[in-house]
Design a protein around this ligand. Sequence first.
Ligand code: NDP
Length: 332
Amino acid sequence: NKQYRLAARPVGVPKDSDWEFTTEALPEIGADEVLVKIHYASLDPAMRGWMNEGRSYIPPVKIGEVMRAGTVGEVVASNSPDFKAGDFVSGMLGIQQYGKALAKDLTKVDPKLAPIETYLGGLGMPGLTAYFGLLDVGAVKEGDTVLVSGAAGAVGSLVGQIAKIKGARAVGIAGGPDKCAYVVDELGFDACLDYKSDSFLQDLKEPLKAGVDVYFDNVGGEILDIALARINRHARIVICGAISQYNNTTPMRGPQNYINLLVHHARMEGFVVFDYVTRYGEGVKELATWYGQGNLKFRTQVETGIENFPAVLLKLFKGENTGKLVLKIIED
Ligand code: NDP
């Protein structure tokens, strides 16, 4: 069983020496436990935060521990009446070839409804993040202008599509013309602005001339300030993430334009998708319905080889992914 373990707490961008690649015997399963052969692991920006010491919404990964990650795979042995060999499941089994978990910590997935890796993306944690973040925290309504950063990524791509389903206008922000073309032409956003372009601030004007009712923030930093400068009365700013700041070696930069919250009677609220665990079923059901109707498109970027994990994780921070980034663990 090959595994990636956390060897050191990174300073800035994670380095190869922050990881240890180990090989161990397959784990034995105890009462009510299930052994899973992992097919795909989810690569998430949040993993960078889990590597840090300190108080957060979830304890840090310990030094020497297998790196935490969402996974999907196939049951190979089970001591639970709820799972049998051949079932496909999702769960937090980490960066390794095989993982075990208590039956209560695994969820069955249906490979007939969608390819199993979709349960790490649109029908998994990023999909639920977009769903509850936009509908519950963002309280989107018909006619709103929804601005979303990280628009070509796993969460952002769904935020704009759900906004459209709800009768809102969707404006994305993404890095580069190819990503913006994908967001508009394939995902159906009304506009997408390339924040790396010299004309970015100028380009924002036309699509945001009616102002911003919901800003769904995936990146933080300067883009959050640019969005705050354009909010409407009673705007909702959803703090989902701040990927531009995760590798900082200096404190995270807060918004300079926060006073616009006062001026426009607006609200800025953070959330963690795990807050909604009791409502996941409701979210997945609606996401699957929209997907089945052809109203939601999911894109998965599959990279291969467990040994490539450290390099593939960094793609998230370099903008080298479009859609949901996953690592294929199972060998062909
Ligand atoms: P993505 O698929 O969006 O991948 C990350 C993307 O971030 C990159 O492709 C890149 O796109 C963009 N990016 C990287 N660095 C920068 C930068 N310096 N400035 C601007 N953009 C940058 O990841 P996810 O969809 O999985 O996650 C999106 C956000 O949502 C993250 O902040 C994550 O932490 C957060 N999140 C929060 C959850 C919660 O419960 N609150 C749950 C899940 C995710 P580009 O090429 O456009 O720059």
